[in-house]
Design a protein around this ligand. Sequence first.
Ligand code: UD1
Ligand code: MG
Length: 480
Amino acid sequence: MGKSLDALDVAIVLAAGEGTRMKSKTPKVLHFISGKAIIDHVLSQVIKLNPGELRVVVGAGREAVESHVKQVAPKAIPVFQAERNGTGHAVQLALADLKVSGTVLICAGDTPLLRSETLAQFIAAHNEAKNTVSVLTAEFPDPTGYGRILRNEAGEIVAIVEERDASDEIKAIDEINTGVYLFDIESLRSSVTKLKSNNSQGELYLTDVIADIKATGGKAAAILSNDYSETLGINDRSQLAECAAIMRDRINYEHLLNGVEIIDPTTTWIDSSVKIEADATIFPESWLAGTTTIGANSIIGPRTTLMNVTVSTGASIIESNCVDCEVGSGAKVGPYSYLRAGTKLGAGAKAGAYVEIKNSTIGEGTKVPHLSYVGDAEIGSGSNIGAATVFVNYDGVEKHKTKIGNEVRIGSDTMLVAPVSIGDGAYTAAGSVITDNVPAGAMGVARSKQRNILGWVLRKRSGTKSAQAAKAAGASESSE
Ligand code: UD1
Ligand code: MG
């Protein structure tokens, strides 16, 4: 590997293909792996090489691909290939108005596992050998479908032969063309214009320029990479799943080395964008996605989904689903809870079992332990929300806010009909339907007074097991 990053004048990513075998309305390169589109993985690695100019050839699904690329790589210049006449044609178009000379890296938009380190090594080797063209190759256990590398007795690359144009003897070669190349731009420009489509697909093959470059005095080399899995391409959903699993393992491995405890890496899916501090523990079947960050000593899972969630240190989230929210240090969530957008759980707060919260702030140490719905609320610190409390935030037309102070005790099964506010230290009686504000220190009671109709069961349900039990307990039929 080169000591410093070697200069790269231009990078071209080919992404105009149809992706027919994906059988999808979504363009192939926009399918996701570890929270990013396939092409994002390629672009992020290529951008790390700091190319002077980056071009992306788009065609199938042009609008979607182009607008996506604009978001993730604003400096990339899209090149439109209206008809897919092959990789050679795509490169002709990409070079058409290119003013720069020097070295160009060409790779495909559907090989998401390629790492910038490998590309940097490839560039260093290319520059050191002063090649006109270098092809990155790999030895595949099953080379079916790929272009095969033909070398002469001296071991020099002679040509690349596509599977469809290959004899049985050539098909037996297991060294393949990964589709990653480095070229001297001027030599490429002159050779690529001479390409002919006299092959089984009637396309202009980029791979055919190698023979021409050699014939015109250029130096060509095939450089073998040591990890073939990095160059796996995605053509169908099975390869998508295969690459996703490799990417998952790669991400998990890095977290493990950084001190994160992942109990079962094979069932833990962590997006490449997620950050986790050492000594956090992730239990099986969890999915951590988007901008999620996890603090030290937190416990996540099993079976927990976190999408754009900030989890502070020492929190625990068990068998729950959380989206766009914050969980304070030492806070506890779950099992079986759903924290929706805008939930802010303070330090040491609790959203226990079967609790749904959205767009609400839960103060420090406040507990919502069981079976509640909290919506559009602001709750102070040290309060307790009794089991099965419902924040009635929706009047059928609009949403309203509920405000609850510090050290409040909301009785079980309270309906808090918003807009309403409960003062500091106030209580509500269990089963109340609270429609008016409760002042600080008051007990809000809003339910009818209980009356007991004595002897009712013995009179109205005589002969039942309940009547027998009542009788045995000394009850009489009398209503007095
Ligand atoms: C190509 C190589 C093959 C190599 C393989 C590696 C050629 C002729 N063959 O084959 O040697 O082993 O990649 O994966 O180059 N594309 C365009 N415009 C086109 C055609 C393709 O932009 O007109 C893009 C595709 O979107 C894709 C890349 O170029 O990203 C490769 O095209 P694909 O059709 O997948 O090439 P393969 O047949 O796999
Ligand atoms: Mg093809």
